[in-house]
Design a protein around this ligand. Structure first.
Ligand SMILES: [Mg+2]
Length: 296
């Protein structure tokens, strides 16, 4: 039994990291605005945050301008969606234009690059004060699965060093891919699940949800690993493509798809997925629920 697992939102609850990222993004955007626009920028950003959450299927994490996940799918996506909103309104709206220029000025090559840097800095800040954030309940469930013979490969957009450090802090045996060791997690960081194919688009409909599934890096890993189960907290990033493989590739017909639903999981997505994606098993108690499903 091999489980392919996401990291953030599966082994952690990202509320503190996300709060720090939001504060950092907003403070830097305001600070870098032209002085005469700072007060207006602050109000504009707050309004933009309301707008992206009101239209999460228009705004989200959108590297290169194409939507990779919705604004409301996890606590980090809202910050990316704010930058996406600025990207779409720059050249049209005076504040968006000023904010876009303000981000490029100190040397960030794009809004996306700024978002990535803010994310890394926010995670580092939280780690310095709180420490690494692997949840005890997740670590216990992971340990139980490893002891029960489940092979676990962690496939995450987070960097390898962070995964190594955080699992080490939690006392979970682990090795870095391609090394393998029985009874240890295998870590595949920097997985770039969010990267969409520049030469191809494949929009899949799940009820009212339209999700891009042309994700070449993630597809390469999924096909190489051929797991028996996949777990993630962000449907678009983690589960939409495995669900397509399950419908189209006979080798994937019995792969179980676990979706961890949390306090941040949007109700609209829970409704659509419950109604239209019967292969997805929604789990309300994190990795413990996955361990129960796999070990009985
Ligand atoms: Mg996640």
């Amino acid at each position: 039994m091999k489980l392919l697992s996401d990291f953030d939102g599966v082994w952690t609850h990202p509320r503190e990291e996300s709060r720090a990222q939001g504060e950092l993004v907003d403070a830097q955007l305001v600070e870098w605005s032209p002085p005469e626009l700072r007060e207006r920028s602050r109000a504009w950003i707050a309004d933009a945050r309301r707008r992206v959450l009101a239209q999460p299927d228009l705004y989200g994490w959108a590297p290169g301008g194409r939507l990779s996940c919705f604004a409301d799918e996890d606590p980090f996506a809202e910050h990316s969606a704010l930058l996406h909103y600025i990207h779409l309104h720059a050249g049209i709206d005076a504040i968006a234009t000023a904010l876009h220029e303000a981000v490029l000025e100190p040397g960030h090559e794009s809004l996306e690059a700024f978002g990535g840097a803010a994310h890394a800095e926010a995670v580092a800040r939280v780690e310095r004060t709180r420490g690494p954030g692997v949840l005890k309940s997740a670590a216990d469930a992971g340990r139980r699965m490893l002891e029960g013979g489940v092979e676990i490969v962690v496939v995450s957009n987070s960097g390898r060093e962070k995964l190594d450090r955080w699992f080490g802090h939690a006392g979970l045996p682990h090795v870095v891919h391609p090394e393998r060791a029985p009874g240890a997690l295998r870590l595949r960081g920097g997985a770039r699940k969010f990267v969409l194919d520049p030469d191809r688009s494949a929009i899949e409909s799940f009820g009212a949800l339209s999700v891009e599934v042309a994700r070449p890096f993630y597809e390469g890993i999924l096909r190489e690993e051929t797991p028996d189960a996949v777990v993630g907290d962000v449907f678009s990033l983690d589960l939409a493509l495995p669900r397509v493989l399950r419908r189209t590739d006979p080798a994937w017909r019995n792969v179980r798809l676990f979706w961890l639903v949390h306090d941040y999981t949007p109700a609209r997505m829970r409704d659509q997925i419950a109604a239209h994606v019967p292969e997805v098993e929604a789990i309300g108690d994190g990795l413990e629920g996955v361990a129960r499903a796999l070990l009985g």
